[in-house]
Ligand binder design. Structure first.
Ligand SMILES: [Zn+2]
Ligand SMILES: [Zn+2]
Length: 200
C-alpha cells in the first residue's frame, strides 16, 4: 500500500476526514520508517499512545492504530493518557523504540478553518461538508515533515514482554467464554468475574 492509500483507508475506517487522524498517520508512518519495520500484522510492534479521554484531537489514535497495526483489538497498544498527540513505537524483537509527536505549527490555520468553526458550532465531523473536511486533511498531509513532526532519537526500550495466554474456559454459572486469566474459582466451580462475586 502506498502512503496515500494508507491515509485513505484510515479515513474510511475512522468515519470522517480530519486533521488529527492525518497527524496520527504521519506520526505512525515516520515511526515505522525510523525503526525500519513494517506495519504490525501480529504483535511484533507495541505502541504507547499519549492521547487521553474526552479532548479534541483524540482521532490521532485511529491514525496511529491503522498505520502501525498496533490496535486495541490486538492489545499491542496502550494509553499513557497525557492529553498529547504523540506516540512511542517499540519493535519488540530488537527492543528499539522511537517517540514521535505532532507539532503545533499549523494550529492557527486549523483553528480558523471552516471545519473547526463548524465543530465549535456543535456539528459532528461527519456532518461537515466533505470539501471542508478535506481542506484540513490536505493541509496536514501536505506539510513538510519537519514542520509538523518531532521525531526523537531511537532508544532502547527494555521490557519483559509477557507471552500471550491462549484459551478460554466456559463459566460454570452463565456459560459464557472467559479468557483463562479472568477465570475465578468458587469452591470447585470455575466462573467469570461477575458470576464469582469477586471485584476483579
Ligand atoms: Zn477524526
Ligand atoms: Zn459467568
Amino acid at each position: 500500500m502506498s502512503d496515500r492509500e494508507i491515509l485513505n483507508e484510515t479515513l474510511k475506517f475512522h468515519g470522517h476526514r480530519c486533521w488529527a487522524s492525518v497527524a496520527g498517520v504521519r506520526c505512525g508512518l515516520a515511526a515505522l520508517r525510523v525503526l525500519d519495520v513494517k506495519r504490525s500484522g501480529g504483535t511484533q510492534l507495541y505502541a504507547i499512545l499519549e492521547t487521553g479521554e474526552e479532548h479534541g484531537g483524540m482521532c490521532f489514535g485511529d491514525g496511529v492504530q491503522y498505520t502501525t497495526g498496533c490496535t486495541f483489538g490486538k492489545g499491542n497498544i496502550r494509553k499513557n493518557p497525557l492529553g498529547k498527540l504523540a506516540v512511542t513505537l517499540i519493535d519488540k524483537d530488537s527492543n528499539r523504540a522511537v517517540r514521535v509527536s505532532y507539532k503545533p505549527t499549523l494550529a492557527k490555520q486549523i483553528a480558523a478553518s471552516a471545519f473547526m468553526q463548524q465543530r465549535a458550532a456543535g456539528y459532528q465531523p461527519d456532518e461537515i461538508p466533505e470539501a471542508d473536511q478535506m481542506e484540513l486533511v490536505d493541509l496536514v498531509w501536505g506539510a513538510p515533515e519537519s514542520d509538523v513532526l518531532t521525531i526523537g532519537e531511537v532508544f532502547t526500550y527494555d521490557h519483559n514482554w509477557l507471552p500471550e495466554v491462549m484459551g478460554f474456559t466456559k463459566c460454570d454459572a452463565c456459560g459464557e467464554l472467559v479468557a483463562h486469566a479472568y477465570v475465578r474459582t468458587v469452591g470447585d466451580r470455575k466462573m467469570c468475574i461477575p458470576c464469582s462475586g469477586y471485584d476483579r
